[in-house]
Design a protein around this ligand. Sequence first.
Ligand code: SAH
Length: 257
Amino acid sequence: MRSKRSPNGSVSAWLLFAAVTLLCMAAVRPGTAAAEEARFARARAAMVRVIAADVVETIAYIGADRLDPAVMKAMGAVPRHRFVPERFIERAYRNTPLPIGHGQTISQPYIVALMSNLLALSPGDRVLEVGTGSGYQAAVLAEMGMAVYSIEIIRALAEAAEARLQAEGYGGVRLTIGDGYFGWQAHAPFDAVIVTAASDHIPPPLLSQLKNGGRMVIPVGGRFAVQQLVLVEKGSDGRLSTRQILPVRFVPLTRRP
Ligand code: SAH
């Protein structure tokens, strides 16, 4: 007579248990992909805490002791380690800029957060970025639910950013190669414009492609001079006002096609 719990059934249950246990161990074993992602996620959370502390320290410049929670949430979500060159991956969550090749840099996370915050965005806003670079700033804006249009002048960077944005689930970001000084007339006007390279003046085409009531952030100043991060507000009557936020150092806006 067969017992109620068949020996075979017990053996399969044990095998199943052992297999699941092994799979779980493999998933968190140091060095595995899942363990690496968990480690980067912890580093990213720590980076967000550092940004929050920096905001408090710079309260005199930015006039607030915290940033929009939507900005901080996006900073906590976008995998910056996928936007930096492989050799800098262990430094991806430090609050510093990093080289991305071609003499360009991915901006410091605090600056990315601050610039995103200064735009005072609402989900669905159309944002023009000049200087795609690694694609990280574009990904942060897309993560916040914005319709992002980004222009990059260096073809190799634009192509790498496009592949990266696709792979990370930000395929909705619209990219083009060209001189961002002239904006992107075909998709104008924009609710906001973010320029991530320094110019000695505010490009007039970017001002004209900004909607009334819109905002622009741009580092203004020469290559070797101290630049100022400038917030431009375009009133409902089209009138412009500017405010210097804080000194910054960006790569220059270049003018080659
Ligand atoms: N936002 C980027 C940082 C970019 S660094 C990021 O998140 O990684 C500035 C970028 O602006 C560089 O990639 C540089 O090639 C680009 N750039 C410089 N001049 C430009 C111009 N006139 N038009 C478009 N892009 C420009």
